[in-house]
Design a protein around this ligand. Structure first.
Ligand SMILES: [Mn+2]
Length: 481
């Protein structure tokens, strides 16, 4: 099944699948929606379309990503690992040997080339164009999410910039605190690509376009931690199986997805900065107020009857859990490019993604677990991981009970725990200094003879014969369940 073409196609699919509730009652985007969504997310409930957000003519969609099933529906797959398989296929391309291999290789390359976004002359996102004094963020049902938030925040935007030197597009998901009708802050954290684009601007400012209300795969792609030189819209095109269509913006030299419900156009300048936050964030705490650049709008364009898309983050689990899980699954083949010995990994939702990585490896030599820890601490956004647990290949890293068993049973804290230092997530409130602090590595693998003097004991496992026997005879025992 092909992924949905735009937000409305997606809403129709959710409704057909029994995954959507339309809320007809008037509901306040100021805190009330958060409390409703928090309850629904934590009970695994449906996506919600608030048809009458208080103070706005626009409906608000939320919790579109809140379960594994909806995430799979969004991508048109049975399991999230199926997406990884598609990408892994491309990444593991070897130099072709025979003619048949060559043809297969060319087809794969073509599928990448065909994923590049394409420009079209007009799109629904510009059915309504507001410029100058007509621009008014107050038209949108933007949520104030938590009691300590100083203002409403746009939480599910695809923020589009271009590298001033190379022109390479970047799409990122950065929260945007509303300042007034025509400006917001732009929360470009230290390690983010959008910030790098601004810093590279010789004249001190860059154009910015923000797309809200996209098809779910393109919205997801904005959150994907791709290397700087890769265009997230190309990933979206590859995952959708058809290119993202773009239209030229009205007032800035950028392009935006034609199918967006709402587009904000404007500029960000290095010397135009204010104090943003605090904000109730995915860490479960309010991130401190800090200086961030201001985004000044030059235009706001919309589809007729535009639907505003939102998300609430907070103490995990929140709706972003499955955005993170999708990234974990989709990026597994990419991580394996650097670490072929990696069997699987898991970033527990309760670990807010950067706090903990569980990884299983095919251990082959003494110190292998430590090698893998250091490799992960040097790899893309995984470099910000605060703690890493390394397990043997037969351990299911998604079975936290079993992981806990290994960590307690196999670890000599004196021998198997590494404490080192490195860069930390911008939002991590625990270290004494922001951005930099301690890292914890735990080697929970079986130890090899070279790693310690005592022989490692054999693990208890029942023989396959006896298991098969008991399976066969189960009915005879008269044991219910
Ligand atoms: Mn990027």
């Amino acid at each position: 099944m092909a992924p949905p073409r735009d937000l409305r196609d997606w809403i129709a699919l959710l409704a057909r699948e029994g995954e959507l509730v339309r809320v007809a009652a008037e509901v306040d985007p100021e805190l009330e929606i958060t409390e409703i969504v928090d309850r629904v997310v934590k009970s695994g409930g449906p996506a919600l379309l608030f048809e009458r957000p208080k103070g706005s003519e626009h409906a608000l969609l939320i919790n579109q990503f809140g379960t594994e099933r909806r995430m799979c529906l969004a991508f048109g797959v049975e399991r999230l690992d199926d997406i990884a398989a598609k990408l892994g296929d491309v990444m593991e391309m070897q130099p072709p040997e025979g003619l048949r291999e060559k043809v297969k290789g060319l087809l794969k390359l073509k599928s990448i080339a065909d994923s590049r976004p394409k420009t079209v002359s007009k799109g629904p996102c510009q059915e309504i164009v507001l410029e100058g004094d007509d621009v008014d963020l107050g038209l949108l049902p933007i949520q104030r999410c938590w009691p300590g938030d100083p203002a409403p925040f746009i939480t599910l935007p695809a923020v589009i910039t271009a590298d001033p030197k190379t022109g390479t597009r970047n799409v990122g998901m950065y929260r945007m605190q509303v300042i007034d009708r025509r400006s917001t802050y732009m929360h470009w954290q230290l390690h983010k690509d959008g910030r790098a684009d601004l810093l590279a601007a010789e004249d001190g400012r860059i154009p910015v376009a923000v797309a809200i209300g996209l098809d779910p795969v393109t919205a997801y792609s904005a959150s994907a931690p791709l290397p700087k030189h890769l265009d997230e819209l190309m990933l979206a095109g590859f995952l959708r199986g058809e290119p993202v269509e773009l239209v030229r913006c009205k007032t800035v030299p950028l392009e935006v997805p034609a199918n967006a419900e709402i587009v904000l156009e404007g500029w960000v300048a290095k010397d135009d900065v204010g104090v943003e936050g605090p904000f109730g964030d995915h860490t479960g705490y309010y991130s401190h107020a800090e200086p961030f650049p201001v985004f000044r709008l030059s235009a706001m364009t919309m589809r007729r009857g535009a639907i505003y898309a939102s998300i609430v983050v907070g103490k995990p689990p929140a709706e972003d859990a499955w955005l993170g899980k999708a990234t974990e699954r989709i990026f597994l083949p990419a991580v394996r490019m650097t670490l072929p010995e990696l069997v699987d990994y898991d970033l527990p939702v309760a670990g807010a993604f950067h706090n903990c990585v569980l990884v299983s490896i095919r251990k082959a030599y003494p110190g292998h677990a430590q090698k893998v820890m250091h490799a992960l601490w040097g790899l893309g956004m995984l470099s910000l991981s605060k703690s890493i647990v390394v397990l043997d290949e037969h351990v299911d890293v998604h079975d936290y009970e079993d992981v806990f068993f290994r960590v307690t049973a196999n670890v000599d804290p004196k021998r198997d725990v590494i404490i080192t230092e490195g860069p930390l997530d911008h939002l991590d409130h625990a270290p004494g200094r922001q951005f930099y602090g301690g890292k914890l590595g735990i080697d929970a693998t079986h130890k090899l003879p070279e790693e310690d003097a005592r022989p490692w004991p054999e693990e208890i496992v029942m023989s396959d014969e006896v298991k098969a026997l008991v399976d066969r005879r189960w009915g005879e025992y008269g044991i219910r369940s």
